[in-house]
Design a protein around this ligand. Structure first.
Ligand code: ZN
Length: 281
């Protein structure tokens, strides 16, 4: 059991609630981001999963069990190795928090429990690529420029992916269908994107950005620069625009779960907020 059990208990309140209009109205503050070297410190700890695996192997563990981060019988699920050259040897399981705590309590009694574990997972090795899906409605007079709408096609391990992010993918496809059905002839090209590999670290969209829009300079630290592109992306500076950077006029991303759209989140892009305010006015 690799998590130190906490003193939580089953909650009486639901884990989530719908935000009120007042809640949303209070979410307009923009906090200036600060660059911190702790970003790169965290990168140096990023191989913890492989060190944990080595430790568990050394201890002779046949499997490990971790405690869910949330109460209320909710499971989170996590993955740590997905590359063919970066696999863990110890199978892992996640238990609902109270089930885990009970197990930990039992383990301290004379009647220590025996666990029977069944794991039916495998690597899909048939196709190791994550493929983006792109579709254009060509522009008429300014077809070199484009507006984009996107969502991600893949999903996280502990669910069927309906909310994160099949719902967003459906919205993007439906927007494309409606515009086609209306016979819209936009000045600029409208490009629809369903990204893949998002949950492994924004691979699909990052590859698009890196290839067509902008790249980032290496950190100049051999150890960190050997890490995969997505791990160090945010810590690198300056951004170096590519030739196609000016062609993209706007990008609308849909990855905020299902349900009625109740606003547009600027995602920290303060310049976009002013543009939207003007449009809405
Ligand atoms: Zn998502």
């Amino acid at each position: 059991l690799i998590t130190t059990p906490n003193n939580g208990s089953e909650p009486t309140e639901p884990a989530f609630r719908r935000l009120t209009d007042e809640d949303l109205a209070g979410r307009t503050a923009y906090n200036q981001p600060t660059h911190s070297h702790s970003n790169t410190d965290r990168l140096r700890e990023a191989d913890f999963a492989s060190r944990l695996d080595a430790f568990l192997q050394e201890e002779g563990a046949v499997a490990f069990v971790r405690m869910s981060q949330r109460d209320g019988a909710l499971l989170h699920g996590t993955g740590s190795g997905y590359r063919m050259d970066d696999q863990r040897r110890t199978p892992g399981f996640e238990l609902a928090a109270e089930d885990y705590r009970r197990l930990a309590r039992l383990a301290q009694t004379d009647a220590a429990p025996a666990l029977e574990l069944m794991s039916e997972v495998r690597f899909h090795e048939e196709d190791l690529n994550a493929n983006n899906i792109l579709a254009d409605i060509p522009g008429t007079s300014r077809s070199g420029e484009y507006v984009m709408a996107g969502a991600h096609l893949d999903s996280w391990v502990a669910s069927d992916g309906a909310v994160d992010n099949a719902a967003g993918s459906v919205v993007v496809m439906e927007a494309a269908r409606i515009l086609r059905a209306l016979g819209v002839r936009p000045k600029r090209t409208i490009r629809f994107a369903l990204w893949n590999g998002e949950e492994q670290g924004l691979w699909g969209s990052l590859a698009y950005v890196d290839k067509y829009l902008a790249t980032r300079a290496p950190l100049g630290d051999a150890q960190l620069d050997a890490l995969p592109n997505n791990r160090t992306w945010r810590a690198r500076w300056p951004i170096q625009p590519r030739d196609g950077h000016g062609d993209l006029v706007a990008y609308f991303n849909m990855d905020n779960g299902s349900g009625r759209i109740r606003g547009i989140n600027a995602e920290g892009n303060i310049a976009a907020a002013a543009v939207f305010e003007e449009w809405f006015a």
